[in-house]
Design a protein around this ligand. Structure first.
Ligand code: A3P
Ligand code: MG
Ligand code: MG
Ligand code: MG
Length: 337
């Protein structure tokens, strides 16, 4: 017997508890399902979305690059020196472009690994992706391509050819985004801020560029660095002869585009791209992905594939070619240490 003559029946208690659980479920169901939905959203990423986002990032970063060059507000500094003793330049163009590109991607997919050449705080960068996929992508890639987010590494170069940017050699300047899956380059975007040209490639899915109809590998025109050349001239001549045409140019992005049938104005053409000094993965990943999407190759000078996960450096040099016997080219190169 309960106090004041009220008798608690077991059935009544059970009904009361069930009602309580019902009310609590009702109150929290929305919250819980949102939590689960966002958790589900975070574990996989649609690579077609990531291609569209990468293009948007490259274009938005490029706007900063162009504006700062046109306003002549570069605030040029040195980050230090390369292993060969060249000054590693840093400008407001690099930093502002980094802010746009990095936070656009990071705000959209907080849990994917994004490696940028530059670092800066988020000051005012609350940008979110519009989620608009351009028609040219929808036309070439009809379906979604979901991959687990933890397999993805994004490499961004907010301004490639900073040295040339400071010299006002605008044609060499690009912004680049690359998406690697399990270390393999899958999506590449190279954008030229001063002409508005953008090249993209998605391995196995499509590209908006094409190779040229033929390449001369007997007596090739070789595009090389103009400001981080090292001993590339001797290297190229040892491989292909003393009369080999060598074209010095700025930017790793620009040099990959020189191998393609790029419709952009002021783009020079070459038969292959060779680099012999140290280089970083944000410089080369996008070009590697675009070449791969078109059946071309970018390898070390020993012919090894480059892994785009883990550390940022590539010490094996570079050979990039397309529509050629790449292995045959590697065999013609002098020994590489
Ligand atoms: N030896 C080296 N050490 C560090 N970075 C190098 C390098 N050689 C080339 N790079 C980088 O690779 C890009 C292309 O170089 P180049 O124009 O000489 O071919 C440039 O990127 P950034 O301009 O983004 O720094 C440059 O800094
Ligand atoms: Mg740099
Ligand atoms: Mg670069
Ligand atoms: Mg850079």
């Amino acid at each position: 017997m309960a106090p004041m003559g009220i008798r608690l029946s077991p059935l009544g208690i059970a009904v009361f508890c069930l009602l309580g659980v019902g009310v609590i479920y009702h109150l929290y169901a929305g919250v819980l399902s949102n939590r689960f939905a966002s958790f589900r959203q975070k574990t996989t990423v649609d690579l077609r979305d990531l291609l569209a986002l990468s293009m948007d990032a490259a274009v938005q970063g490029g706007r900063e690059v162009k504006r700062i060059r046109e306003d002549n507000t570069l605030e040029e500094k040195s980050k230090g020196e390369t292993k060969e003793g060249a000054s590693e330049k840093l400008t407001l163009g690099d930093l502002n472009s980094h802010r746009k590109m990095f936070y656009l991607i990071k705000n959209t997919y907080p849990n994917i690994q994004v490696n940028s050449e530059e670092h800066a705080n988020a000051e005012g960068e609350a940008t979110l992706w519009t989620r608009i996929i351009p028609e040219e992508i929808l036309a070439k890639i009809p379906g979604e391509k979901e991959v687990p987010a933890d397999k993805i590494t994004v490499w961004i170069d907010p301004l490639d050819a900073t040295q040339e940017y400071t010299e006002n050699l605008r044609k060499y300047v690009t912004t680049m985004v690359c998406v690697a899956v399990d270390g393999s380059p899958v999506i590449g975007v190279i954008h030229k801020p001063f002409t508005g040209y953008t090249a993209w490639g998605f391995v196995g899915e499509g590209s908006n560029v094409a190779p040229r109809s033929s390449y001369n590998t007997n007596s090739p025109k070789v595009i090389v660095s103009r400001s981080h050349s090292g001993k590339v001239k001797n290297f190229v001549q040892a491989a292909f002869g003393n009369n080999t045409e060598i074209l010095p140019a700025g930017g790793a992005g620009y040099k990959v585009l020189a191998l393609l049938d790029s419709t952009d104005e002021e783009q020079e053409m070459a038969d292959m791209y060779i680099h012999v000094t140290y280089i970083k993965k944000w410089d080369i990943c996008a070009g590697d992905a675009i070449l791969r999407s078109l059946g071309g190759q970018m390898t070390t000078l020993k012919g090894e594939q480059i892994d785009y996960s883990g550390s940022e450096g590539n010490t094996g040099g570079l050979l990039a070619s397309i529509k050629t016997d790449h292995k045959g080219l590697v065999k013609r190169l002098p020994p590489w240490e």
